[in-house]
Design a protein around this ligand. Structure first.
Ligand code: SAM
Length: 242
């Protein structure tokens, strides 16, 4: 009983430490971190749905912008023993923490090299591998349109034909920015929305709304086309409401 309480306490303490670490890094560089707290469980679950849907098949999975590992922790238990996980994170302190997470995670014990953390920018990530699923946590609406174009193009290049990219966009950010930001900043945000809309028109197969997150977010699923047309996708099973 005491043992169960103390391991629960350890998890709570770990989450609090992660919350503080996330906030500290956000204060240091809010543009790159893009939020003041890690994603909640419902958002992590929605982002990892394509991995869950294909379990227990062996999959190659890439997570970009993993932060303190809120989505990584939802991802790892879904991976079969022959699956592979690469994590790309630009922030060196987050990358260090993620490295400890994957090294110690009991589900990843076994074949060496099943998971690796790369401290790199997603758009510069150089790898010979292609992926079945890419999960992106990058705050794309904070970036320049040219950078967003580079990141999205790199994601599509890194997917196997038929592979799926998931990413989230907080609801209402453009409107909030138009009320508070300069004209140049509003124009930049509108240009990023234009880049994203073009990718969505070409590749989107699904969009879900996760209300149980602060702030609520859309989760987009984009699919690199197969040679033949993709089958219509299933409705969102994980769509959550407050
Ligand atoms: C909004 S946080 C998301 C963290 C985590 N996925 C979550 O949902 O809690 C964005 C993360 O992306 C990382 N990041 C920002 N730009 C990046 C880039 N170009 N390449 C890789 N990581 C990047 C940041 O350091 C941060 O950890």
């Amino acid at each position: 009983m005491n043992k169960r309480i103390s391991s629960h306490d350890r998890v709570i303490a770990q989450r609090q430490a992660e919350g503080w670490m996330f906030l500290t890094e956000a204060v240091r560089d809010l543009r790159t971190i893009g939020a003041i707290a890690p994603s909640g469980k419902a958002l992590a679950r929605a982002l990892t749905e394509p991995v869950r849907a294909q379990a227990p098949h062996p999959l190659a999975v890439l997570e970009a912008g993993a932060g303190t590992g809120a989505v990584t922790r939802a991802l790892i238990p879904q991976l079969s023993r022959s699956s592979r996980l690469d994590i790309v994170e630009a922030n060196p302190r987050f990358a260090d923490r993620l490295d400890k997470l994957v090294t110690a995670h009991p589900s990843l014990l076994g074949p060496a090299g099943r998971a690796a953390v790369h401290q790199s920018y997603a758009e510069e990530f150089d790898t010979p591998h292609l992926y079945d699923v890419i999960v992106s946590g990058l705050p794309l609406t904070n970036f320049a349109p040219e950078q967003v174009e580079r990141i999205m193009s790199r994601y599509m290049e890194l997917l196997h034909p038929g592979g799926t990219l998931t990413y989230f966009a907080y609801l209402g950010t453009r409107r909030a920015r138009s009320l508070t930001a300069s004209r140049a900043e509003s124009r930049r945000h509108a240009a990023v929305d234009g880049v994203m809309a073009a990718f969505q028109r070409t590749y989107a197969v699904k969009r879900c709304t996760v209300w149980a997150n602060l702030p609520p977010a859309h989760v987009w699923h984009l699919q690199r086309p197969l040679v033949t047309a993709a089958a219509p996708s299933a409705p969102c099973p994980e769509e959550t409401r407050r």
